[in-house]
Design a protein around this ligand. Structure first.
Ligand SMILES: CC(=O)N[C@H]1[C@@H](OP(=O)(O)OP(=O)(O)OC[C@H]2O[C@@H](n3ccc(=O)[nH]c3=O)[C@H](O)[C@@H]2O)O[C@H](CO)[C@@H](O)[C@@H]1O[C@H](C)C(=O)N[C@@H](C)C(=O)N[C@H](CCC(=O)O)C(=O)O
Ligand SMILES: Nc1ncnc2c1ncn2[C@@H]1O[C@H](COP(=O)(O)OP(=O)(O)OP(=O)(O)O)[C@@H](O)[C@H]1O
Length: 492
């Protein structure tokens, strides 16, 4: 592409050196630069991209976008000084790649809990309705049989563009993005003009990053600004009627709001809910009438997730009857209330609950089936949101027995992690076990046949960060081995 065409997109700039006639591509990581590329210097949280400008030049970058002065750049390389290089990155990259977001419907899902579940439900139901779809989030990028891991829940601008292009080129009519608050604040979604924005819920998390609930809520609200202002288009905000943040998010967009929840005011309302260990049934009150709903997802929080997905698909244009016809065939993703049993042992659930609200809701979802004790394992680590730890322990205290352990302790001393959780305990029926695998084995070992064991915080993850190393870790394998041992002991 002609360099001039790109440079004309921005006004506030100072151009130094020789402007190359054409440019080949654009990178924000010097290590990926190819000859003829633009390198954009981003001041990160751990390092400053400006420090890698010379590395990029050595790899063939012909144009550098920078906020600060770059010294020692050869005369044949052009340096364009701008106010905000992250914004320039988004504008240049989307222009260079031909705006792939405009070639399909984009659906963003935000909220503290439920993003992966709702995104997965929307993706699966679209596919079952015969619409090719792609999804990007905590579990990576997925489109048909193409499944790739990603570093973040919400990827950087360039990775998003790659995924969008792949989805558009393979014929997808929709792409769903899990949009984390950090991703929104860092502008990782800039340039993606959203068609449907979905909000699940907001509760305590990530306060190490956002500092207050007010700024955390503001960050989530940025998704609704990404619907834009072109009221000539059919766009929708799908909001949780029962979460008070929804009213504020509705004010951020001119587009129609479709609400869901358990309260009667919701456009998509669930009533007469019946919980079983196999799934959930309820009556759906919708703009198209009342329907019977059957799903394999358990617990009240999943009623919300299912309603959010139905409302989003209605906004997308599917008929409610068609959505519901396929719903019983959709199963939860790995590590979300995943049930593991053995003939004479306890029932074990592996779950990804890692916020106080998720712990409470995961427990609530199991209480209707509790015959014996409920044993819960809670954990955290790596200096992540330390304020939520005692609150998680407080919520976990509803269980009959609590095992406090670590998850991805990283560089943080395990004893400090355990102490922080211990502070929130409301009773003395708990134990502290620093090593996670040992804690999991202990939870199963102490359980009887009628007991329920809820293991939280690990979910689908397959590694454990200890020190600065990611070690292989498979919670499911540990559980199955321990259940087998439990059975062998019983039969001995
Ligand atoms: C704190 C934070 O948000 N960090 C994100 C940030 O990284 P960073 O600022 O540390 O980047 P950096 O390593 O300092 O590098 C700065 C610049 O120098 C460049 N560089 C670096 C090295 C080099 O040799 N050459 C070079 O050019 C880098 O490419 C980059 O452009 O930008 C990166 C690229 O977008 C992200 O991958 C990274 O997420 C890290 C891994 C992370 O853990 N983030 C968390 C807070 C997060 O965002 N989590 C949410 C999920 C939350 C949830 O739902 O639970 C998420 O969306 O993942
Ligand atoms: N609607 C909900 N309300 C409260 N808790 C929920 C809800 N949906 C899921 N959870 C809980 O949160 C955990 C994580 O679910 P999910 O992966 O769908 O959320 P997420 O927002 O994508 O999380 P993350 O962004 O951290 O990956 C689940 O294992 C469950 O315990």
């Amino acid at each position: 592409m002609k360099t001039e065409e790109l440079l004309n997109l921005i006004k506030m700039k100072t151009v130094e050196g020789v402007v190359p006639h054409n440019i080949e591509g654009i990178q924000m990581d010097s290590r990926l630069v190819q000859p003829g590329d633009i390198f954009v210097c981003i001041a990160g949280y751990t390092v400053d991209g400006h420090e890698f400008a010379l590395d990029a030049v050595n790899r063939g970058a012909s144009l550098i976008i920078a906020e600060n002065e770059i010294s020692q750049v050869p005369d044949n390389v052009c340096v364009v000084r701008v106010k905000d290089s992250a914004k320039v990155l988004a504008r240049f990259a989307h222009h260079l790649h031909g705006y792939p977001a405009a070639r399909l419907s984009t659906i963003g899902v935000t909220g503290t809990n439920g993003k992966t579940t709702v995104s997965h439900l929307i993706h699966e139901l679209l596919e079952k309705a015969g619409q090719q779809s792609a999804v990007a989030g905590t579990l990576g990028f997925r489109s048909a049989d193409d499944w790739r891991s990603t570093r973040n829940t919400t990827s950087d601008v360039l990775t998003n563009l790659k995924m969008l292009k792949r989805a558009a080129e393979s014929g997808c009519s929709a792409m769903i993005f899990e949009t984390s608050s950090q991703g929104l604040v860092n502008g990782r979604m800039w340039g993606v003009d959203m068609d449907i924005a979905v909000f699940t819920n907001l509760s305590h998390d990530h306060l190490d990053f956002h500092k207050s609930m007010e700024s955390y809520g503001h960050a989530k609200g940025l998704l609704f600004l990404q619907l834009g202002q072109d009221v000539g288009k059919a766009k929708f905000a799908v909001l949780n009627q029962d979460d008070s943040w929804s009213a504020r998010f509705s004010q951020m967009t001119p587009f129609e709001t479709i609400s869901y929840g358990l309260s009667e005011e919701a456009d998509f309302q669930a009533s007469g809910i019946r919980y079983t260990e196999q799934g959930t049934e309820f009556q759906l009150h919708s703009p198209e009438g009342v329907f019977a709903v059957k799903t394999a997802f358990i617990g009240k929080f999943n009623v919300y997730n299912v309603l959010a997905a139905i409302a989003a698909l209605y906004a997308y244009g599917l008929e409610i009857e068609a959505i519901l016809a396929h719903l019983p065939e959709v199963y939860p993703v790995e590590g979300r209330m995943e049930k593991l049993t053995s003939s004479d042992g306890p029932t074990v659930y592996i779950d990804y609950a890692h916020t106080p609200d998720a712990i409470k809701k995961a427990i609530d979802s199991l209480l209707p089936f509790k015959k014996g004790r409920l044993i819960i394992l809670i954990a955290g680590g790596n200096y992540r949101d330390q304020l939520k730890r005692p609150i998680m322990a407080e919520k976990a205290s509803v269980a009959d027995y609590v095992i406090i352990t670590t998850n991805n302790p990283g560089q943080e001393p395990s004893s400090e992690i355990l102490k922080a959780y211990e502070k929130g305990m409301l009773h003395r029926r708990y134990t502290l076990i620093a090593e996670r695998a040992e804690a999991v084995r202990h939870a199963i070992d102490m359980a009887e046949k009628d007991d329920l064991v809820l293991l939280t915080d690990k979910g689908h993850e397959t590694t454990l960060l200890v020190g600065d190393r990611y070690l292989p870790y498979d919670e499911k394998e540990i559980v199955l081995a321990q259940l087998a041992l439990h059975a062998a002991k019983k039969n001995a």
